[in-house]
Design a protein around this ligand. Structure first.
Ligand code: IMP
Length: 398
């Protein structure tokens, strides 16, 4: 029995969906614990491409149960559309393999309207670049205790705006905290899947340029109702370079041909909004910060193959802030905005890694790059992904 959390260590889009998909075959239950349809992940199975926003990618395995936990905010229409899309493609979606927490909050039309209006009202330089899906205002309503939870669908009289969804959603709504804790007592393997990433965490990210929930490991406990002592492993997923969508500081951002190369080679366009992602070199300070605040036990590197053609690679090992060299992430956004990256440079491998299936098959320069990341972050690298397909993953036997 293992209870494992999978978190993003950067600004989201690290490829958590693929990692959840890889682990789902050995997992009884996959739980989404925060965020909403601001997230998006793409899972490629053979010739098939699945784009999911709310339902964990475990849904592609008929024997894996997916739970949308109490920490998630749900747009009922988007959820039903996603369920229909999956069914239309032959994927089983029934109350047996999809369960929705009665305590998850509902995104209402007013929340979406407020999200768009607030963003439009923000002056240049203060815009957050939200996905416009109503996420922030729904969490505001939750915290100010005026929100509407999924349990509303189980009542006789519900707001007119929600009535049309009631019959379709009711069979899926359960007390997920009870369900998950009973599953734990039955020694099930449980995977808690975070959306977004550590640097978008409302407490531990680049506030205020963050999302409105806690993608970090603590949020997995709050957002699922599984207590901290029940967690065995926390896996941090990290891209072999860095990306960010939306506004906010990003010290290793590239504005040159290397940045354009990473965007094109990595297909760095948002799954949810289609926006071009900002691209940059690997920032070890960011991932070291993620290792701390999540208590990472393992690190998973994704998209190593995107670096295959580059002759030289840079890794940020420190910041220069107003002439001082700093080895840790400053919490003050003003300082972070002025941080200039100090790089160490490594040779590229300029060989194709997409067919490699073991560490010994990787080019020696790629192994050096991976070893350097592990040394800088201080967490063992358990898995390396070298392409979008399920087969393109190298597991280190430990
Ligand atoms: P919100 O979550 O829509 O309020 O957006 C707040 C910030 O988080 C914006 O910069 C978004 O671009 C970013 N964001 C939200 N969800 C994701 C995601 O799944 N991947 C990457 N960035 C995201």
């Amino acid at each position: 029995m293992t209870v494992r959390i999978v978190v993003g260590t950067q600004w989201g889009d690290e490829g958590k969906g693929k990692i959840t998909d890889l682990l789902a075959a050995q997992t009884d239950i996959v739980v989404r614990y925060q965020g909403g349809n601001n997230a998006g992940h793409t899972v490629i199975v053979g010739q098939e491409v699945f784009k999911l926003h709310l339902i964990p990618s475990g849904i592609l395995f008929p024997d894996t149960v997916c739970v949308i936990g109490n920490g998630v905010v749900i747009d009922p229409q988007v959820l039903l559309e996603e369920m229909d899309m999956l069914r239309g493609r032959g994927i089983k979606v029934t109350p047996d393999n999809l369960k929705i927490s009665s305590a998850a909050h509902i995104i209402l039309a007013q929340h979406k309207a407020r999200d768009l209006q607030q963003e439009a009202d923000r002056a240049d330089g203060q815009k957050i670049g939200t996905t416009g899906r109503g996420i922030g205002p729904t969490y505001v309503a939750k915290i100010d205790r005026s929100g509407v939870r999924m349990e509303m669908f189980l009542r006789r009289d519900i707001p007119a705006e929600l009535a049309a969804f009631q019959a379709k959603l009711t069979p899926y709504i359960i007390d997920s905290v009870q369900y998950l804790n009973e599953a734990l007592a039955q020694h099930k393997n449980i995977l808690l899947e975070g959306a977004q990433g550590t640097m978008l965490d409302v407490d531990h990210g680049t506030y205020p340029f963050v999302t409105s929930s806690n993608p970090t490991a603590g949020g997995a406990c709050t957002g699922s109702g599984l207590g901290p002592t029940k967690i065995d492993e926390v896996w941090g997923v990290v891209k072999a370079y860095s990306t960010r969508v939306g506004e906010g500081p990003f010290p290793t951002e590239l504005f040159d041909k290397d940045g354009e190369y990473l965007r094109a080679a990595g297909a760095e366009f948002g799954t949810t909004t289609g926006r071009a992602r900002r691209c940059g070199w690997f920032d070890a300070l960011v991932v070291k910060h993620a290792a701390r605040v999540n208590g990472l036990t393992d690190l998973v590197i994704t998209k190593l193959d995107v670096l295959d053609k580059l002759p030289a690679l840079k890794i940020c090992t420190a910041y220069d802030i107003d002439g001082r060299t700093v080895g840790d992430l400053p919490t003050d956004l003003e300082l972070f905005t002025r941080a200039k990256p100090v790089y160490t440079e490594l040779s590229g491998w300029q060989k194709d890694t997409t067919q490699c299936r073991s560490f010994s098959e990787l080019p020696s320069e790629a192994l050096k790059y991976i070893a350097k990341l592990q040394e800088l972050v201080g967490v063992k690298i358990t898995l390396v992904s070298t392409g979008p397909d399920r087969a393109q993953a190298i597991r280190r036997d430990i």
